[in-house]
Design a protein around this ligand. Structure first.
Ligand code: ATP
Ligand code: SF4
Ligand code: MG
Length: 347
């Protein structure tokens, strides 16, 4: 990617804690997102991966302020829209047009009592984007066509559609307000494998034609590696590694990323047989009472005494390649890498 990339979204020290029932003496929180800092460049797709419950959805929703942050700073296209320390918290309605979300569960995210035309039209109405009924109807038809649906579909209800078609309606609703940035929260994981690639291809085409910027959330690196320019890896609320896709997949520097990647099947069955699979011991700790220091230390094969005391900062170890691990500080970049994928794996 070129050096003149412009940051569309810039997040610093972002935290999101959810209050949960404690006792009389102690308030308890799910520490779902812990001090995440990252930038998303205009026109790129940033993939976000990690195990279930690591905070991907919470991070995506907090960045666009569907969830109110607990702490940190969010800058959108050069304007701070949230800053806890500076007490900045802008009115979000104008930004709702610019920042949209596509949900993981297409049927659950569409109101069953509204027709598809009403669902898409509602977004147009909230932002007063059409000036006459005829213009509104034309715009709804145009959006349906853009996502590969028929104009007659406007009069049908969500339950009359397949999962893939429902997701297309969700995408049309997001596109209705002509956004710049879309959080795609596992948009294909609820869909049949046979239609997953159609939806991904459509999202890629829409990105190219409209210059969209995506935060693309998935459980699995194999889903995002081909569509993402860069990939971020989360573990228990923390961003532990961030790099360009190929770099991350071929030279993972964080012990957790190395484990995640070692479970991804390689295209070549012969290489699959010979490579080493790394297994994590133990369960993911609770985000209500996360481990001290590095949150990965209870499962990390390289854990040192320092790891229990001090949370590692995300630092750049090679150009554009960030990791949060004390071992990297000690050894420098890539020394813990298993390089489980090699150059031939790039398609
Ligand atoms: N509204 C909420 N109230 C309390 N806890 C929440 C809430 N939303 C999420 N959490 C908790 O925050 C943590 C992160 O959840 P989140 O949904 O962001 O994870 P995720 O990485 O998106 O998981 P998945 O891959 O299963 O979608 C989890 O422990 C979850 O139980
Ligand atoms: S900081 Fe320590 S525990 Fe955490 S990933 Fe690095 S070596 Fe493992
Ligand atoms: Mg999620």
């Amino acid at each position: 990617m070129s050096e003149e990339r412009k940051k569309l979204v810039e997040v610093t020290g972002l935290k999101k804690y959810f209050p949960v029932k404690g006792n009389l003496f102690e308030k308890k929180y799910v520490q779902a997102v812990e001090s995440v800092s990252l930038s998303i460049y205009k026109g790129e797709t940033l993939g976000l991966v990690g195990e279930s419950g690591c905070g991907k959805t919470t991070l995506g929703r907090t960045i666009i302020r569907l969830y109110e942050p607990t702490d940190g700073r969010i800058v959108y296209d050069g304007t701070p829209i949230y800053d806890k320390k500076e007490k900045i918290s802008v009115r979000m309605l104008p930004y709702r047009r610019k920042m949209q979300i596509i949900f993981q569960d297409p049927s659950g995210s569409l109101d069953p009592r509204m027709t598809v035309g009403e669902i898409i039209g509602e977004s147009l109405d909230i932002h007063k984007l059409t000036s006459s009924k005829a213009e509104r109807t034309d715009r709804i038809r145009q959006l349906l066509e853009e996502v590969g649906l028929n104009t007659e579909h406007a009069n049908r209800f969500p339950h009359e559609f397949s999962g893939g078609q429902q997701q297309r309606v969700g995408i049309a609703r997001a596109l209705a307000v002509e956004p710049e940035f879309i959080v795609c929260d596992e948009p294909i994981s609820a869909l049949d494998v046979s239609i997953q690639s159609q939806v991904v291809n459509m999202l890629e085409d829409l990105q190219a034609s409209k210059g969209l910027t995506y935060l693309f959330i998935a459980h699995d690196v194999s889903v995002v590696r081909h569509i993402s320019d860069r990939i971020g890896v989360m573990y228990l609320g923390c961003l532990v590694e961030l790099a360009e896709s190929y770099e991350l997949c071929s030279h993972p520097i964080h012990p957790y990323t190395q484990t995640l990647l070692s479970a991804v099947p390689l295209p070549d069955p012969e290489k699959n047989k010979t490579r080493t699979r790394l297994l994590l011991e133990g369960d993911i700790p609770s985000p209500i009472n996360p481990p001290t220091g590095c949150r990965f230390h209870t499962r990390c094969p390289y854990a040192m005494p320092r790891c229990k005391e001090e949370m590692p900062e995300l630092k750049e170890y090679a150009p554009g390649h960030f990791g949060a691990c004390h071992l990297l500080e000690q050894n420098g970049s890539h020394n813990t890498s298993t390089s489980h994928n090699n150059k031939e794996d790039k398609e």
